[in-house]
Design a protein around this ligand. Structure first.
Ligand code: PEP
Ligand code: MG
Length: 833
């Protein structure tokens, strides 16, 4: 927690208005040595961007990111305005907490402060107190409660209750968290006795160390004025299961899309199939950094402070994760992060760590020693669910350790042997750095089938399962598993038979793919003589050559925004020109569709400092962002148009929703074209917003082609976030609602005499390839490894059959019915969906 000293608090002040109050707060910050005077102006400007009123009479003014250089030292000051200062339409501020923070740590500090102060009665008291110590105490947090375990008498003379540990998993993290929460509502010191051992009920770790298995007897004793009330509440909480529900069977949550083709004997963790293939090997949790800490430190006071800051930061992160999962995946799945939060708040661990610091160890070394030793002893517990909490503790431990590490070598530690990689989620920049030779497959707790993790996994030809839930993060490194990217499951503790079946399946797939590869340069001409072009989706210059080598008939989608990720500033015109030229040359006359920047949504580019949005997928992304940042757009267009002098380049605008946007994008392109003296190039748009479908006839007048982005079109048509771990199974691009949109688009395009391609994920899915072709899409742009398979598939069917299936698909009730139609067709033809 942030350490506040009395000299940083001013009570009983008044200000005529917000600006005056901020200047006063700024003055205290300057006096405290936290900021240079210029920072105050930035604090005032920040209020114009977004008011910093939190509620309950609390405001937290701070400067804009660009003024970070004016911060001298991280710190907070508190100024009390008992009469209040009008701050925002939501209320008057009476406690104003000025924040100075280097880097992004202030976000975490803020969340921490809201936790301390966001309590109406408490903030009311603090708004009027004349006691500086009360404010200091409130911000710094209470001292850890005294150890209870040693003072508990062996016989239970005082108030006590007997309860049973929840079944079937015992007192593991989630129920123990609930227990801690109940105890915290009371002042009483509560001790849990089990099997001759005792635990402080305020300490999650202490409770976990009891190792109480499901259904075993526990005695709770309490001392203090509200001991009886606390015990009654605890007994009720135990009786209602401490928040535990009957364990879910993994297959019950299996995605409708995931058809388990292999009847595994091992334990299944159901997710979604994001990239096909089967891998078997040890699991390995992806961590972005390698943390190295100094062993000793000279200044213990500073180390204590560093530890508190690191704890506060980690707590804020976990609160954010908890909230995010709560919104997206429900309380059950979010509970793990709450349990992690409780682990952080463990008084025994903290006391022990501070104790090590007092002996001269650094904060990082002390913290690591404590959490590692506890994790080790947890791992030794007989009850597997409890032992698995060791992974939680290590996860939380690393989260705190990160800011305490003196050396963070490289951004991530990558495995040096082939593994199935587990991660919360993977950013495009993480996946891009993976060595495919060391990664057998990917399994993420979150994400969706059209998320960029999935897109990249497909392009790297790695089996991937997404939305498997946070339980995968509990797995111990080295544990053997089978990752079935076709079925969308992770199989734990696979049997011999599971391994044999998976190996047979893999071998069959390998042979089929070898055959398809031999034929990859043959065009995809259906049995009745209709041609469908199969092109590649790429994300970097070097992939153009790979696309050609895989039999691609051009590039149907180059996601140029990927050139802007993984770096600290945007590529300039020359750098982009070099990348686009490399592609044009590799394609050697084959067409290259360069999609202009599609930043926003899930593709963050931190250095652009774009304002955070409540709904980024509905915000300033794609072409909208290009208009906001016309400088970036023009630079990109210059590079594209200069590259177009060397070969067939087409320009495609993303996220176009209205004819006006298209007109504006074309006008800018035309002016840039005249500037660089290039010949006109064909332009097209992505069809990925429902309004573009409905206006397709108008839009078609001004472009040479459409390319349907089924990933976004699906999310916008079905109103389901493409990364949503719970909704993702239903967000299937083969839903008839989406297919009807495709149908409308093709009809409008045909009338206008332009061609339609598709470049979303379902274009490379066998069922999608058949139905889209049947609907009249004449170019499928797919991940490079899928090119030979899609071509082979189309060569094995007639267009008349595909059209018949497509007609039926439009009349179907859901995506599963559509998939069944294609399966039937392919079964008749002896092919495989
Ligand atoms: C799409 O939305 O289908 C698409 C191809 O674009 P992206 O996945 O890059 O948003
Ligand atoms: Mg898109």
């Amino acid at each position: 927690m942030l350490t506040l000293t009395p000299s940083q608090v001013r009570l009983g002040r008044s200000a005529k208005n917000k600006a005056e109050a901020i200047r006063l707060v700024g003055q205290v910050m300057v006096e405290s040595g936290f900021i240079a005077p210029g920072y105050v102006d930035s604090m005032l400007r920040r209020e114009q961007v977004s008011a910093t009123y939190l509620g309950h009479g609390i405001a937290i003014p701070h400067g804009l990111p660009e003024a970070r250089d004016l911060v001298r030292q991280t710190g907070v000051v508190v100024v009390q305005f008992p009469q209040g200062v009008a701050w925002s339409p939501e209320g008057h501020a009476r406690l104003v907490v000025g924040i100075a923070a280097k880097s992004d740590e202030h976000l975490q500090v803020l969340a921490n402060l809201t936790g301390v102060l966001g309590d109406e009665a408490r903030s009311e008291a603090l708004a009027h107190t004349q006691d500086v110590a009360l404010v200091v105490q409130a911000l710094n947090g209470a001292a850890p409660p005294p150890e209870a375990s040693d003072s508990v008498p062996p016989t239970f003379d005082g108030p006590h209750v007997q309860v049973l540990s929840p079944s079937p998993h015992g007192l593991h993290a989630r129920p123990a968290t609930v227990l801690v929460e109940v105890v915290r509502r009371f002042r009483a010191d509560v001790t849990v006795h089990h099997d001759g051992r005792q635990a402080n009920a305020r300490s999650l770790l202490s409770l976990l160390h009891l190792g109480a298995r499901g259904g075993t007897s526990l005695t709770l004793t309490a001392t203090g004025d509200d001991a009886d009330a606390a015990l009654r509440a605890l007994r009720d909480a135990f009786q209602s299961g401490l928040g535990e529900e009957a364990p879910a069977t993994p297959t019950a949550t299996a995605a409708p899309k995931a058809t388990v083709t292999l009847d595994y004997e091992g334990t299944l963790v159901a997710g979604l199939s994001a990239s096909p293939g089967i891998a078997a090997g040890p699991v390995w949790a992806f961590q972005r950094e390698r943390l190295v800490v100094e062993e000793r430190a000279a200044d213990a006071v500073q180390e204590h402070r560093k530890l508190e800051e690191a704890l506060a930061g980690a707590a804020a992160e976990l609160r954010q994760l908890h909230e995010g999962f709560l919104k997206k995946a429900g309380a059950q799945r979010a509970a793990i992060f709450k349990a992690h939060l409780e682990l952080l708040d463990d008084p025994e661990m903290l006391t022990e760590t501070h104790g090590h610091i007092d002996t001269g160890l650094s904060a990082g070394a002390s913290w690591r020693r404590v959490f590692e030793s506890r994790a080790e002893s947890l791992a030794k517990l007989a009850e597997p669910t409890l032992a698995a909490r060791a992974a939680d503790l290590r996860d939380v431990g690393r989260r705190v350790l990160r800011p305490l590490a003196n050396v963070v070598e490289g951004e991530a530690t990558f495995p040096d042997h082939p593994v199935v990689l587990l991660a919360e989620d993977l950013a495009p920049s993480d996946t891009a750095k993976l060595d495919p030779a060391m990664v057998l497959g990917l399994c993420t707790a979150g994400g969706g089938t059209t998320s960029h993790t999935a897109i990249i996994a497909r392009s790297l030809d790695l089996p991937a399962v997404v939305a498997a839930g946070p339980s995968v993060l509990d797995l111990r490194n080295g544990q053997l598993c089978i990752l079935d990217g076709d079925a969308g499951v992770l199989v734990l503790k696979p049997s011999e038979r599971d391994h044999t079946k998976a190996a047979t399946h893999r071998e069959r797939t390998r042979v089929r793919r070898e055959e398809e590869k031999l034929e990859r340069y043959r065009p995809a001409i259906t049995l009745d003589g209709k041609r469908v072009e199969v092109a590649a989706n790429i994300a970097e210059a070097a992939e153009a050559q790979k696309a050609v080598d895989a039999g691609g008939e051009g590039v149907g989608l180059m996601r140029t925004e990927f050139l802007f990720l993984k770096r600290d500033d945007p590529p300039d015109e020359e750098e982009q020109l070099h990348a686009y030229r490399t592609m044009v040359r590799a394609l050697n006359g084959l067409p290259l569709i360069l999609r202009t920047l599609d930043i926003g949504g899930d593709k963050h580019v931190p250095y652009l400092s774009l304002p955070a949005e409540a709904n980024p997928f509905l915000g300033v992304r794609g072409i909208r962002l290009c208009f906001e940042r016309e400088d970036l757009f023009r630079t990109q267009l210059r590079a594209i148009l200069r590259a177009s002098k060397e070969g067939p380049v087409r320009i495609m605008y993303p996220m176009v929703a209205t004819p006006e946007e298209l007109t504006k994008a074309r006008a800018i392109t035309e002016s840039v074209r005249l500037e660089v003296g290039a010949d006109p190039v064909e332009t097209g748009i992505m069809i990925e917003v429902p309004s573009a479908v409905m206006m397709a006839d108008r839009l078609a007048r001004d472009v040479s082609f459409f390319s349907i982005g089924t990933n976004d079109l699906t999310q916008y048509v079905l109103a389901m976030d493409r990364e949503h771990p719970v909704l993702a199974p239903q967000a299937d691009g083969l839903h008839p609602a989406v297919l009807r949109m495709v149908d409308l688009t093709v009809r409008a395009a045909r009338k206008a005499g332009i061609w339609v391609g598709a470049c979303g994920g379902i274009a490379g899915d066998p069922s999608g390839a058949v139905v889209l072709s049947g609907l009249g899409v004449t170019e499928l742009s797919v991940a490079i490894p899928s090119i030979p398979a899609v071509k082979a598939l189309l060569r094995g069917i007639s267009m008349a059959d595909a059209e018949a299936v497509a007609r039926e698909a439009l009349e179907s009730g859901n995506a599963a019915e559509v998939r069944a139609l294609v399966r039937d067709l392919l079964a008749r033809k002896g092919a495989k969906a």
